[in-house]
Design a protein around this ligand. Structure first.
Ligand SMILES: *[C@@H]1O[C@H](CO)[C@@H](O)[C@H](O)[C@H]1NC(C)=O
Length: 224
């Protein structure tokens, strides 16, 4: 009786291990095409490409019109903390690979409805309640919440001609205080929420290139 139970447990843990290996193996992820492919958006929102981003359980879906250098995107991530109380952000950094200099879109609830603000992140200081101008014309900004609790941020960015590989950053935060997204956590997965993205590629999300000496690495240590 005791040995039958042991066997049962052992068999179950072997199955669990096999499932874990299956889930974590890169080959399995490639074969499955990534979790992002199963994410669904409201009618009228469809994107040619998606990528599961390496941290924060976030994904990016996009459609890049090279002729018009127009990027239509949906960023999805689940903010930590109370449902509906947090924020999600995605942005392109045209001048570096961290938070400083990033041209970002931030979605959060304001008076019960989702809004999307733009922020030109000029340094490591609190955001304002109002948008600040960013380098790219941003249109069709909207956000909603999926059944899985993920906040989906939508927008279209008019990029400079030929800008087909970008450094991007993403982030989530638990709190919006007085209409202002408050600072995010500083865990490893928050700090590593950046990479490079080939807009014309099929979901390429390499790690961001190493910062050059004298570059923005000192500021990165403070956490964006
Ligand atoms: C963003 O901020 C930087 C630093 O203050 C400034 O040089 C740049 O012109 C700003 N960009 C826009 C689009 O306002």
């Amino acid at each position: 009786m005791a040995s039958a139970t042991t066997m049962h447990h052992r068999r179950r843990s072997i199955i669990q291990l096999a499932l874990l290996l299956l889930v974590t193996s890169p080959a399995a992820m490639l074969a499955a095409g990534g979790a992002c492919e199963s994410e669904e958006f409201p009618a009228g929102r469809s994107y040619a490409t998606c990528a599961d981003l390496p941290t924060l359980g976030a994904s990016l879906h996009w459609k890049y019109d090279a002729a018009a250098s127009s990027l239509s995107l949906a960023f999805a991530a689940k903010p930590p903390g109370t449902s509906g109380a947090g924020w999600v952000a995605w942005g392109i950094n045209p001048t570096g690979d961290g938070m400083k200099g990033a041209q970002t879109l931030v979605a959060f609830k304001s008076s019960g409805a989702y809004v999307v603000n733009t922020y030109n992140l000029t340094g490591y200081r609190p955001l304002s309640a109002a948008s600040t101008p960013i380098a790219f014309e941003a249109t069709e900004l909207a956000a909603d919440e999926g059944a899985d609790g993920k906040v989906r941020l939508y927008g279209t960015l008019q990029l400079p001609k030929g800008m087909e590989a970008v450094n991007h950053i993403w982030q989530v935060g638990s709190t919006v205080a007085n209409g202002v997204p408050a600072k995010h956590a500083f865990a490893q997965e928050n700090l590593e929420a950046k990479g490079s993205l080939v807009l014309t590629g099929a979901g390429t999300t390499d790690a961001a290139p190493a910062p050059v000496a004298g570059g923005p690495s000192a500021e990165q240590a403070t956490g964006c």
